[in-house]
Ligand binder design. Sequence first.
Ligand code: HC0
Length: 567
Amino acid sequence: GINVTINNKPMTVAEGKTILEVCKEAGINIPTLCYHPDLKPGGVCNLCVVQVAGEAELVKSCETEIKAGMVIDTDNDAVIASRKEALTTILEKHPNDCLTCERVGGDCELQNQAYYYEVNPKERNVPNRGLDVSSFALTRDMDKCIACEKCVRMCEDIQGIGVYEKVETADDVYITTKANVPISETDCINCGQCIKVCPVGALTEKNEIHKAMAALRDPNKHVVVQMAPAIKNTLGEEFGTAPGADVTGKIPAAFRKLGVAKVFDTDFTADLTIMEEGTEFLHRVKEGGTLPLLTSCSPGWIKYIEHQYPQLLDNLSSCKSPQQMFGALAKSYYPETAGLDPKDIFHLSIMPCTAKKFEANRPEMSQNGIQDVDVVLTTRELAKLFKLEGINLLQLEDEGFDQLMGEGTGAARIFANTGGVMEAALRTVVWILTEGDIDTIDYTAVRGLEGVKEAELEVAGMKVKVAIASGTGNAKKLMDKVAAGDSGYHFIEIMGCPTGCIGGGGAPLPDDNAVKQQRMEGIYASDAGNPVRRSHENTEVQKIYKDYLGEPGGHKAHHLLHTHYVD
Ligand code: HC0
């Protein structure tokens, strides 16, 4: 360590870090707008300035390495005056419509800093760059953009796509899409990672709270809900729990307060996906079909492969995602069983994902002109809806899901973690290959937050080589190998967001890799605590095959649960 003095206090700190990192670790508050721990420093917002003794000017703590002997002041008059000036410059161009902003409710970092430093310029000269509502997944309000460039760094450096760019003119700096086209015309995959790093309301999920509220109020609508595996271990954060806390039982209770007809669980179709995808995998192995099989449950990833690797679309599993399998059944199996008309059903899906909003609107995802999933709300939108309706989630008594499509195994829950779909598939595929002669449930080699993982297994005399990537920047590394034709992999799981659904574009804020680590551990704890941990043991899954679908991979299953993505 090295010795420094911060705010008159001598301390020993680690070498090789920035002043900002050291202060954050020491619990010393330095405001930032353009900084995110998972991105390289931006150095553009000027809020993180501090005074270093001997330096003529204030320095940006986000890009200044701490050195032995430094005497640092993070909070003196000069520092505060400089921050106020930086905030004034930003706010003079920022709209003053906080009342209806999507980041209402303490989520706007700019508003929080403006309040803290008491900055509120009366004259606002808003640039009038307009609203981009071309996407099903996200909305861009470029008048609110403060050019912090975090979206640029996220999309380019982490996701490897590069939809956005910074434009600098003589008297202006702003962010646009490349070629300044509506976002739906770019290579955007709808992952929403840019939203999560945006400090203001410039990038938000496409708000559908009011659509959901209208359906909930409509006496003629029979509202049926599904919710993703990740929701149960992340929604609590919005109400103050630690990341990863399992609040599964609270959510059905909350929805029933809102008069929902059925509260079902996407975990049910996650288990169903394993039956279908496992069958497809074994079929391809036995029949010499296209390998490696690529998972198809992440709609951001689907969009990415469609744009970037169309030659590999035959590798993609034909399985719809669990959300869309659920949607298809919510408008067929469920109404047929309950004696309802599919037209009267409003199917609401809760996802930690913005790309799921896009997926629900894909033309393949409807039957007889009726869309399978009517509205998708993100985790954040659901929390907002509950709060607006006066529901204090954590005070509710636990309740269960409704039967028919409400049962989920531990294998389904781990879908939320990168590597989870692969592990869930292995739990069932290996069981089938060994004819049940296997005790292994935990495949720890595929766990962990690393961006690319691989493992090799001996199964019933067969070598199975699997790989996993999360985030499209990491997916690219694997797909380049697959496209070259010599990867040797049999089965690959890809999730569009770094760390998988626990890091989804609709997840609670703020998050970073430390928070995601806790979410991941929470998910595995929920799995370990579930008495049933293999998808083929889900009794409602067994029942739907017996009563309705026939065999996994059979005709009816194909019609409802599979699709085909074309170039
Ligand atoms: Fe996921 Fe899913 S696991 S993509 O990450 O497969 O969003 O949580 O709901 O559909 O089940 C997200 C999470 C899902 C789907 C499931 C898959």
